[in-house]
Design a protein around this ligand. Sequence first.
Ligand code: HEM
Ligand SMILES: *[C@@H]1O[C@H](CO)[C@@H](O)[C@H](O)[C@H]1NC(C)=O
Ligand SMILES: *[C@@H]1O[C@H](CO)[C@@H](O)[C@H](O)[C@H]1NC(C)=O
Length: 321
Amino acid sequence: MGFSSFDILMKSVLVMLLIGVVSAQLSPTFYSRACPKLLPTVKSAVQSAISKETRMGASLLRLHFHDCFVNGCDGSILLDDTSSFTGEKRAAPNFRSARGFEVVDNIKSAVEKACPGVVSCADILAITARDSVAILGGPSWNVKLGRRDSRTASQAAANNSIPPPTSSLSQLISSFNAAGLSSKDMVALSGSHTIGQARCTNFRARIYNETNNLDASFATSRRSNCPRATGSGDNNLAPLDIQSPTSFNNDYFKNLINQKGLLHSDQQLFNGGSADSTVRQYSSNPSLFSSDFAAAMIKMGDNKPLTGSSGEIRKNCRRTN
Ligand code: HEM
Ligand SMILES: *[C@@H]1O[C@H](CO)[C@@H](O)[C@H](O)[C@H]1NC(C)=O
Ligand SMILES: *[C@@H]1O[C@H](CO)[C@@H](O)[C@H](O)[C@H]1NC(C)=O
């Protein structure tokens, strides 16, 4: 006897189930049964951290970026060094720079109290990034959830996958492409530099050595708190957005048009190249920036998550279980 249509139907159902398991998708409702209080718990902890220090919103947003670009959004940036691996905290882009780890610990403790052993650190970073942007006046979005945490971290991958501020436009585009993001996503996500601070060591070469595409009075004022000599004042801070460093808005793009990008990489987005037109659009259309930013954040959060039975749900974000 050949296959009955019932056989064929059952086989198709099996195949569909298998595909479902293999490509387990993130979903905004992932924890709605297992941890209904998750979102309000995180939001109030982020709110209180930002009330204590406004800059913390920027620092938390950046942690999600630096997590997602290194082997996917898997909480790897949160692991402390161990005897068996060197973690990402002392990698070049993070050392003396990535911050907010104590805040993440506090949020994780609050979440563990509400629903022990259920919510990953990688998801906490994604929710925290969204809440930070919204609290500072930016857009909000439905965060997709269901990521699991890595059991390892890679300093080499952090060194190699997070773009440095010396990057050219084409280097920025290729590093975002490697994380599944388009050049338009790259420009939108760079709008994150509407909040937060950078250290002198990361913009010294721009304010002293660049003659092109740099507003002279802007350079002069930035030099006052960033000495020329390497090694002096390296950690002195300047706002990435000179106009409104604690409000999430589109001023970053207006600054670029005025040749007031702080980092070399920032000004690369408006330097006579392929990104110029997007920068102009975002500078004149804040709601377009908001919606493209939200969409790009969701896309960044989709980068190679661990799902299903891969990885684990860490009890403490700093170490594997
Ligand atoms: C386009 C490539 C990017 C480069 C080259 C870059 C580079 C940097 C650098 C060098 C700093 C200052 C760090 C320091 O001096 O300690 C910084 C800060 C920051 N970056 Fe980026 N970044 C990029 C994209 C992004 C993206 C995609 C996001 C978020 C989605 C982001 C969010 C931030 C935030 C919020 C800060 C301020 C952090 C704070 O004040 O603690 N950056 N970035
Ligand atoms: C990563 O970069 C830091 C700082 O430049 C360096 O000390 C370290 O050796 C690098 N690590 C790896 C594994 O390449
Ligand atoms: C500026 O360029 C000169 C010559 O290339 C170099 O010696 C110097 O270290 C640079 N200064 C900074 C702050 O990058």
